[in-house]
Every structure is written in C-alpha cells, then in structure tokens.
Design a protein around this ligand. Structure first.
Ligand code: FES
Ligand code: FES
Length: 155
C-alpha cells in the first residue's frame, strides 16, 4: 500500500505491506532512536510524536500514519531544547543503559508542547507509560521532573 509520511519535517513516500508497524518502518529508515522493547504497547520505548501526540509506534500500523507528521528523537536538539535535562541526568548519575530515554523524551516533549508549564502530576501522568528496566523508572522520571522544573518558563 502506498503512503506518504512526513518524518522530522521531511516528506517521504513508501510502498509497504499493510502489516508493517510504524516502528518497523522508522527503524528500517535508520531512525534507531525508536526502540523495540516489549513490542506490545506496554513499555513506551518506541514512543514517537504523531501529529503532536505521543504514540507507541510498535502497536500502530504504518498505513495508519498516512499523511501525518511523525517526529522522532533524532529531531530533538539536545544541545538547546533539552540542555537542562542533560545536566540533570548527569547529576542524578543513575541512568544506566539509556535504552528508555528516547521514548521518555518524546513523551516529555509532547507534554511540553501541549502544556508548557506542567504540574508534577501531569509530568508523572505523561511518563506513566514509559518503563525503564534498569532503574524501575524511578531515577529517570525524577531526573526528567527536575529538568522540567529547571526549564519552566524557558520552553
Ligand atoms: S516497544 Fe512499543 S510500547 Fe514497548
Ligand atoms: S536506563 Fe536502561 S532501560 Fe532505562
């Protein structure tokens, strides 16, 4: 089936089987930040932003994203957009393999675009579907919450 998809502000056309998931398609195009964890919609490691909404790309068919815009972690500029987060993560020092981080950051960005100054509850809610196998999610979520506190008003 033929679809068109804008990935990180660049237009693409694909001819693919209807059962190809969005995460499979993105990884086949070299967007390796889209991780494959559970591949069942439970861990959030494959989170991308689709037309402004954070989605689990492993349980979505690529054809469902036809004519939409998908943003992956490759498009996030860590040097500017998320600079405070980088520093806080280093301070916390307990992020282990980092496998969960791209998905968590995409969930965080989707939240910030919608709510520039989120409450603690809104942050926790946005990250509720993001699982970190190394640290039981406690440290990354704490680091992200702290970074958002530092970024308040700068987004
Ligand atoms: S890999 Fe998609 S939710 Fe776990
Ligand atoms: S740091 Fe390893 S999965 Fe989160």
């Amino acid at each position: 089936m033929k679809i068109s998809l804008t990935i990180n502000y660049k237009k693409h056309k694909f001819d693919l089987p209807v059962n190809r998931t969005l995460s499979e398609l993105l990884r086949s195009q070299g967007f390796w930040s889209v991780k494959q964890g559970c591949v069942a919609g439970d861990c959030g490691n494959c989170t991308v932003i689709l037309d402004g909404r954070a989605v689990n790309s492993c349980i979505m068919l690529a054809v469902q994203a036809d004519a939409m815009h998908v943003e992956t972690f490759e498009h996030i500029d860590m040097a500017t957009e998320f600079a405070p987060l980088k520093e806080v993560l280093m301070d916390f020092g307990d992020i282990d393999c980092g496998y969960c981080m791209p998905g968590m950051m995409m969930a965080m960005k989707a939240l910030l675009v919608k709510i520039p100054d989120p409450t603690e509850e809104e942050i926790l809610d946005a990250l509720a579907g993001s699982v970190c196998r190394c640290t039981s999610s406690v440290k990354p979520v704490a680091a992200i919450s702290e970074a958002l506190r530092l970024m308040r008003g700068k987004w």
